[in-house]
Design a protein around this ligand. Structure first.
Ligand SMILES: C[S@@+](CC[C@H](N)C(=O)[O-])C[C@H]1O[C@@H](n2cnc3c(N)ncnc32)[C@H](O)[C@@H]1O
Length: 323
């Protein structure tokens, strides 16, 4: 069981007392909603993981927790089997006591693209909206953040995070099974807010930008990463149905239009720092994610298109501040 007292205290101090008063019931509801699915099996896996107290930890250059020599072959096999029980692993990679959790995504590549552009995270209170299993939360903590809170409504991701956290040991890094809509409007508590891979899942992208703005304290920094399309300030793609097989994709603006949206929402000092086409090396099937992946979602004869005939995924990273 994770003790949230330190998190609650930090949020209180930062002025997010209203959210702290709501959090216990929000968490109870989130876990109760899925109490009859796979959740009990995932919880059992996390409960049965040994407390290994890793000495050898690197969160700065990668997420490596524990050394191969810390475990016997039998112990490592048991850990491998338990972690595999939490398949599919989408975000990573993780090096855990000599086990290479080779996830669907090379999330470290995204981190490498953005980390040189953001303000130092030293001593900052950070919110990672739609954090998946928390891979980047560990990197943010490794980069010096005082406390990192990730939120993601997908319970399997949250349980994967809990498994990693148990292997790491106590740390001011938390992932809660919540969505951005659970953060009270105008909380204005976080020094840095990340929203990566979320905007295109929102039916109202400008509302999402305003929600993110409301999470930031005055002078705070937003790091936004989302799918874009080629085009001018008037270009936006709204897929008729699926996009690269994903349901639930709504707005893919050009980078120019994205920055206009951000200006209209009141962000300042808006910089486009990276545009990268997603490669089939960055997102692919592995032993740890055995379902279809990007290469199956692209046109077989033309990798510039998705299988629906739309422009293949290109992602932009934009950094901005609030007054
Ligand atoms: C494409 S993944 C991105 C994960 C990670 N941020 C990254 O960049 O690698 C999008 C994540 O957003 C989460 N998500 C979807 N709706 C959300 C919401 N309303 N609030 C917060 N997260 C949400 C999904 O569960 C999913 O894990």
């Amino acid at each position: 069981m994770i003790d949230y007292q330190l998190l609650y205290q930090a949020l209180e101090v930062a002025g997010a007392g209203e959210w702290v008063s709501l959090l216990p019931s929000q968490l109870e509801r989130a876990f109760a909603n899925q109490a009859h699915g796979d959740l009990p099996r995932w919880q059992k896996i996390v409960e049965e993981l040994p407390r290994l107290a890793a000495n050898d930890v690197d969160l700065l250059a990668q997420v490596r927790i524990g050394a191969e020599a810390d475990l016997t072959g039998v112990e490592r096999q048991a850990l491998y089997d338990n972690l595999m029980g939490l398949h599919p692993w989408r975000k990573g990679p993780y090096q855990l006591f000599g086990i290479d959790v080779d996830t669907e995504w090379r999330s470290d590549w995204k981190w490498d693209r953005l980390s040189q552009h953001i303000s130092s995270l030293k001593n900052r209170l950070v919110l990672d909206v739609g954090c998946g299993n928390g891979y980047h939360c560990w990197r943010m903590y490794g980069a010096g953040a005082k406390l990192v809170l990730g939120i993601d409504p997908t319970l399997l991701s949250v349980m994967q995070f809990q498994a990693i956290r148990k292997l790491h040991g106590e740390a001011p890094v938390y992932v809660l099974p919540l969505g951005i809509e659970d953060v009270p409007a105008e909380t204005k508590a976080f020094d840095t807010v990340f929203s990566m891979g979320v905007l295109y899942h929102r039916r109202s992208p400008l509302e999402h930008l305003l929600e993110l703005k409301g999470c930031l304290r005055p002078g705070g920094e937003l790091i936004l990463e989302t799918l874009i399309v080629d085009g001018d300030i008037n270009t936006v793609l709204v897929p008729e149905n699926r996009y690269a097989q994903m349901r639930n994709v709504w707005f893919l603006p050009s980078s120019e239009l994205l920055m206009l949206w951000m200006r209209r929402c009141g962000f300042k000092n808006i910089r486009l720092v990276d545009v990268t086409k997603t490669s089939i090396q960055e997102q692919r099937s592995t032993d740890w994610m055995r379902f279809h992946s990007l290469s199956d979602f692209l046109d077989k004869d033309n990798q510039a298109l998705t299988c629906e005939g739309l422009p293949a995924p290109v992602r932009a990273i934009v950094i901005a501040e609030v007054d």
